[in-house]
Design a protein around this ligand. Structure first.
Ligand SMILES: *[C@@H]1O[C@H](CO)[C@@H](O)[C@H](O)[C@H]1NC(C)=O
Ligand SMILES: *[C@@H]1O[C@H](CO)[C@@H](O)[C@H](O)[C@H]1NC(C)=O
Ligand SMILES: *[C@@H]1O[C@H](CO)[C@@H](O)[C@H](O)[C@H]1NC(C)=O
Length: 396
């Protein structure tokens, strides 16, 4: 199994009034002042959110979001307490530490939001104007990757009339000594770009499903009307132009089920303890995974994203995030699909073709494993106006 693959000046009571009256008048006025302050504060917040919306103005809503059963935002966060009963699961003591950790905190799904962008989609009402939301899973330390994505394929723009918006999904560094400085880095990035969603949980591989589920809850609250969601890692190269073309060609797909990516069928849990993907029988007894799209990068319709939000409420977290999405689809009776233009296996999957021929990338939707500078070069190359495909060209 592989995961190659994202906030009147009221006059004072007069001194002639009797003391008890003075006191009650004062209290009333004080309360009025408080309300006035709250109102001013709220107006200020509205102003801030309004200005948080990126430059191009979006047109009025074309159509209301399709109806789905109501989703209840989970109750306010309570500190999550470890489940000590997992210690008497047979063989628990012999499991790797991160697996034990996962099992202890598996039931925890609400974590405080440290950084948020509530106005990202123009609020829930404005969100049907967002055509493609890029939800990129990143880790606090992956600064260079985020910077390059912001300048290249993840640019917030209107492409052929389709509004593209971007959020990075991050937790908190698992290394205690880096927490303060990386949280500060993320605050700096947020000030400049307003594209970071950060929750107060340990950003580890086995917590990626938690990140996914928290994103769906955020999406439901702040961006329910988005037509499509790209969901993937920060080391993929996405031809967002092609992705918009493909999504547009799937007429009306935003209101129907759509999930495309690199399809895995008949994949199974890895039982080798030293593997990154090790899943012990105590976590999953079944020998097969449901069909799923590789987590490196996939495209789903807004409809499917909302189905997942609802299904996930009744499915215990599973450490492998893409498999978990497959479980959610299966429970809803839906299937993921493959797309030939999504090469999460990386450039090697191109066979004998020149891995850096920009013509290939003109045709693809996504390719896994690019280092930051390669994204800059490839993004520039595929937008070369005189790029002539059909003959062999290599850019490096
Ligand atoms: C399991 O663990 C809990 C909490 O530690 C304990 O109260 C309970 O007796 C244990 N159950 C079994 C079957 O060992
Ligand atoms: C704690 O773990 C036990 C054993 O796996 C499980 O039966 C129980 O449902 C868990 N409790 C919570 C709150 O998840
Ligand atoms: C997931 O995050 C929670 C909250 O920070 C933490 O308690 C837990 O240990 C993490 N789980 C893993 C598997 O890292």
């Amino acid at each position: 199994m592989w995961v190659w693959m994202a906030r009147g000046a009221a006059e004072m009571p007069s001194a002639q009034s009797p003391p008890h009256l003075l006191q009650s008048t004062f209290l009333r006025r004080y309360r009025l002042d408080l309300w006035a302050l709250v109102a001013v504060g709220a107006l200020g917040l509205c102003y801030l959110f309004y200005h948080a919306i990126p430059p191009q103005k979006m047109p009025p809503s074309p159509r209301p979001a399709p109806r789905l059963p109501p989703f209840h935002v989970p109750p306010t966060v309570v500190p999550c307490v470890a489940n000590v009963s997992v210690h008497n699961i047979s063989g628990f003591a012999k499991l790797p530490g991160h697996v034990q950790d996962f099992m202890r905190y598996r039931h925890c799904r609400s974590f405080p939001e440290l950084l948020g962008v509530p106005g990202k989609c123009g609020g829930p009402e404005g969100s049907p104007n967002v055509f493609l939301l890029l939800a990129i899973k990143s880790s606090p330390g992956n600064y260079e990757r985020r910077e390059v994505i912001r300048k290249t394929w993840g640019k917030e723009r209107a492409f052929e009339g389709a509004f593209i918006r971007r959020v990075f999904l991050v937790g908190v560094s698992p290394n205690a000594r880096d927490i303060k400085k990386l949280n500060r880095l993320l605050r700096v990035e947020q000030r400049e770009h307003r594209d970071v969603l950060q929750w107060d949980f340990k950003d580890t591989f086995f917590n990626l499903t938690l990140k996914q589920v928290l994103f769906h809850t955020w999406l439901e609250e702040h961006c329910p009307g988005t037509h499509f969601v790209f969901n993937g890692d920060d080391d993929v190269f996405v031809n967002t132009d092609n992705m918009v073309h493909f999504a547009k060609a799937s007429q009306g797909a935003q209101e129907k089920h759509l999930m495309v990516g690199q399809l895995f069928i008949n994949n199974f849990p890895v039982r080798i303890q030293r593997s990154k993907y090790f899943v012990p029988r105590q976590l999953m007894a079944a020998e097969w995974y449901p069909p799923y799209c590789g987590g490196g990068g996939m495209l789903m319709s807004g409809f499917t994203a909302r189905v997942i939000t609802r299904q996930s409420q009744d499915i215990a977290l599973f450490p492998i995030d893409d498999v978990y999405l497959g479980m959610c689809l299966e429970k809803a009776g839906l299937s993921p699909a493959s797309h030939a233009g999504i090469r999460t296996m990386g450039v090697g999957a191109l066979g004998r073709a020149d891995p850096f021929d920009p013509c290939y990338y003109r045709e693809l939707l996504l390719v896994h494993r690019f280092v930051p500078y390669e994204m800059v070069v490839m993004w520039d190359a595929i937008h070369e106006p005189h790029l002539r495909c059909g003959k062999r060209i290599s850019i490096f």
